[in-house]
Design a protein around this ligand. Structure first.
Ligand SMILES: Cc1cc2nc3c(=O)[nH]c(=O)nc-3n(C[C@H](O)[C@H](O)[C@H](O)COP(=O)(O)OP(=O)(O)OC[C@H]3O[C@@H](n4cnc5c(N)ncnc54)[C@H](O)[C@@H]3O)c2cc1C
Length: 445
């Protein structure tokens, strides 16, 4: 884009807060709950019409990384949300699941499959109980500054552009949009090696037990034949079935070569996703036992994006940190993996396990050059490989609890996040039941 048009705006101030969270996805919703419970006046702005992010808007209907093997590594608010979803009838509880089975890289793990509609209700309830001010259909525009200090954020709403004031902003947009608007540097990335995107869809009238009765070698043979004929797009019949075993929420499209930060690419991704779904549906109905009478019930509100920006933070989490189980003084969350990298440009997936739960330092959530701004979720400061193991939703939620807690302490004490002693954040997290050090863990019976 070479030409620039100058705009001058008079933006009404529509509220004053301690903490503004940008993005109501996995990490942002938990960040907002944590901030509000810690006493901060908290605003959560979300461009869609529901909370949950990938879990709801992208129909990614299972929370991964609560468990490393049989050991639970995420507690606090994320685990409370998991229990609330189960209590509300939205999930039958944690299940053992084999990821990548048809891809030839079987990887057993414990996941929480759920009905995304129940997750929406639960997140509405929990944010309301915590006193979070939630604004839907509100698209973050830019960070506002006052001299060298952060002053708030502007956003496009149904009332037009509005400004909200706060000294702390937590960027949970998945794309580090707030960071980009104030010049936070990002990890070098030309957009080429990014993981593919997926448009998920929901089928009803599926006989899930009949599908599960097909031996995995037979399923894999069917999938490889579908791939050979160009009717499938990766080596997987990856789906989550909701309680009742009648629906399959399918993550089977694979949209390559997309820079989700480019408006035209992002639009092309939606059209390509729908094209693939039409082809996958015809394949499943014709060839896959259990799917003969499947009905297309829903397509996700938007394409799911696995990877865009990663910030340059005060520490960069690496694959070696994870694989060598390094300990950090300032650990604030535990990841479980798997290291899960969908092959850019290909049909496979690289899946392998960290040997132990891994610690995530608080410094990965603090940009190198801007005070008052924090991140959580998949934009943490990390190498591409480390991000592939830390991006799962339970881990993202755990990072959200840490960012929200730190943001609230800083705002209510009128100081900057980097002046808050890490020990205080850890103490608050511990009180709230969060797990962030390997020594806290006990294997689940
Ligand atoms: C196809 C796919 C399959 C996956 N499978 C799994 C899985 O099975 N299990 C698992 O645990 N993880 C899975 N993941 C990974 C996981 O979903 C993400 O890494 C995780 O959700 C990241 O959390 P987040 O909070 O950073 O982002 P998100 O959960 O994506 O949330 C970002 C939020 O910010 C909002 N937002 C963005 N821009 C704006 C704006 N301008 N203004 C206001 N709001 C904005 C979005 O609407 C969204 O709600 C998958 C991801 C994808 C894409």
């Amino acid at each position: 884009m070479s030409r620039i048009v100058q705009e001058s705006l008079d933006t009404p101030v529509a509220g004053t807060y301690d903490v503004i969270v940008v993005g109501g996805g996995a990490s942002g919703t938990v960040a907002a709950i944590a901030a509000a419970r810690s006493g901060a006046r908290t605003l959560l702005i979300e461009r869609g019409g529901c909370l949950g992010g990938a879990a709801t808007a992208n129909l990614v209907a299972q929370w991964v990384a609560f468990f490393h093997g049989e050991t639970r590594v995420v507690g606090g608010i994320p685990y409370e949300l998991a229990e609330r979803v189960i209590d509300a009838g939205g999930s039958e509880g944690f299940h053992r699941y084999v990821m990548g089975e048809a891809a030839g890289t079987p990887f057993p793990l414990r996941v929480l499959p759920f009905n995304p509609e129940t997750v929406k209700w639960v997140l509405d309830d929990v944010t309301r109980e915590a006193g979070v001010d939630v604004l839907f259909h509100t698209t973050f525009a830019r960070v506002l500054t006052d001299g060298s200090m952060l002053a708030g954020a502007s956003a496009e709403t149904v009332q037009g552009r509005l400004a909200f004031l706060a000294p702390i902003i937590i960027d949970a947009s998945g794309d580090a949009l707030a960071c980009a608007s104030v010049g936070v540097p990002f990890k070098e990335d030309d957009g080429n090696g990014r993981q593919p995107c997926t448009l998920s869809f929901r089928l009803s009238n599926v006989d899930v037990p009949r599908f599960k009765a097909v031996p995995s070698v037979e399923r894999r043979a069917l999938v490889l034949e579908g791939l050979r004929r160009g009717e499938l797009f990766w080596e997987s019949v990856s789906f989550v079935s909701t309680p009742g075993q009648t629906d399959a929420i399918c993550l089977m499209s694979r949209i390559q070569g997309i820079d989700a930060l480019d408006a035209r690419d992002a639009s092309r991704a939606e059209q390509e996703g729908r094209r693939q779904i039409r082809s996958i549906l015809a394949f499943l109905r014709r060839d896959m036992p259990g799917f003969e009478n499947a009905i297309l019930a829903d397509v996700a509100e938007r394409v799911g994006v696995r990877e865009t920006r990663r910030i340059e933070g005060r520490y960069t989490l690496s694959e070696e940190d994870i694989m060598q189980a390094r300990s950090f003084e300032d650990s604030i969350a535990l990841g479980a993996g798997p290291m899960d990298r969908h092959q850019p440009g290909g049909t496979g997936i690289r899946l392998y396990a960290p040997p132990a739960p891994f610690e995530i330092p608080l410094r990965t959530l603090i940009p190198v050059n801007v005070e008052g701004l924090l991140v959580c979720g998949r934009t943490l400061s990390s190498t591409r490989e480390a991000m592939a193991g830390a991006r799962h939703m339970a881990t993202s939620m755990a990072m959200g609890q840490a960012a929200g807690t730190l943001g609230a302490i800083a705002a209510t004490r009128n100081t900057l996040p980097s002046f808050v002693p890490t020990g205080e954040v850890q103490q608050s997290l511990q009180k709230a039941g969060a797990l962030f050090r390997r020594e806290q863990l006990t294997p689940t019976p």
